[in-house]
Design a protein around this ligand. Structure first.
Ligand code: NDP
Length: 287
């Protein structure tokens, strides 16, 4: 139950990346919202949420275009993460998908490139493809998403698998399955976890989380919203990123401010009682 003293996680290249970044799922779907979405990301950058997560899947490239517009003029300040479809996860597929993503984002490198989820292509081929991109300087590092502990162990046993620098998985107060085995494994092997749906847009028991009396009471005691408490909880131990997606300006501001909320041991205990940690293995939650 350690309370973190810092608000950044040190990345493989030594750069320090703030705990709370920005998601982009559902952005780029409607032309009428484009400017609002670009402005939301830019405001988030100005408020310190410098990690942005996107994927070729989101709006079939539309979200990457929004990201591209938002990072103009500040590319090197931003920590850019995108993801490849599983059916692109071999040497040739990754090379083509990466190039297309870079073009949409108007940049010549990504800070992190992830396998979106595991498909039929053997992990060996994904490692090869990712390493090729890294050697070419198109990506600074690579990782995975939606891999459970057994998949991570398999990856770790493959040549080059230990270069995997992150696992992006669903994690929030009401979906704590990873605490049973995946999170301890990730900590033991030094692989940071990036939590998606951190304010419970998806996953188990998502409805009602933000209205739960415990969340509401703790929020009131800090003078913040239950969503901010949900974010503060995800990043509580100092080694998990949260990547909330927000377009509304008030949401962006709240999410950035959540980085400085510290939950007390008593509040963490109250949350544990209302949303108990897992006592046995649960299938990896995902959306
Ligand atoms: P989130 O838990 O981040 O929830 C997003 C929703 O919450 C939006 O409707 C947003 O509204 C709203 N919201 C944001 N901030 C607040 C706030 N402070 N108070 C109240 N509501 C708020 O879910 P996501 O599914 O978007 O997950 C986050 C990101 O993780 C994605 O955008 C994506 O980048 C990534 N992801 C990765 C997956 C994977 O398979 N690897 C799967 C799913 C997500 P509004 O936009 O109107 O402000």
């Amino acid at each position: 139950m350690s309370q973190h003293k810092k608000s950044v996680i040190t990345w493989t290249d030594g750069r320090e990346v703030p705990f709370i970044g920005q998601g982009t799922w559902n952005m780029g779907e409607k032309a009428s919202l484009r400017q609002e979405e670009v402005r939301a990301l830019q405001l988030g950058f100005e408020l310190g949420m410098l990690l942005v997560d996107t994927a070729e899947m989101y709006a079939e490239g539309g979200a990457e275009e929004i990201v591209g517009e938002a990072i103009q003029g500040r590319r090197d300040d931003v920590y850019l993460v995108s993801k490849a479809y599983p059916h692109h996860a071999d040497r040739q597929g990754l090379a083509q998908a990466c190039e297309a993503s870079l073009t949409r984002m108007g940049t010549d490198y990504m800070d992190m490139y992830l396998l979106h989820w595991r498909g039929k292509i053997p992990l060996e081929e994904t490692i090869e493809g990712m390493e090729q991109l890294r050697e070419q300087g198109k990506i600074r590092s690579w990782g995975v998403s939606n891999l459970d502990k057994s998949d991570m162990e398999e990856l770790w046993n493959l040549s080059g698998g230990e270069a995997c620098a992150v696992n992006q998985v669903l994690y929030h107060v009401a979906s704590r399955g990873i605490e049973y085995d995946l999170l301890p494994w990730s900590r033991a092997n030094g692989v940071p976890v990036m939590a998606y749906c951190p304010i419970a847009q998806g996953g188990r028991l998502r409805r009602g989380l933000l209205e739960h009396p415990v969340m509401v009471d703790i929020a009131a005691s800090h003078g913040v919203t239950p969503s901010q408490i949900a974010l503060a909880w995800v990043i509580r131990d100092g080694d998990v990123w949260a990547i909330p997606k927000a377009v509304q300006e008030s949401h962006v501001r709240e999410n950035a401010a959540a980085a400085s909320i510290r939950l007390t041991p008593e509040q963490l205990q109250q949350i544990d009682e209302a949303f108990p940690p897992p006592m046995r293995k649960q299938p990896l939650d995902m959306v």
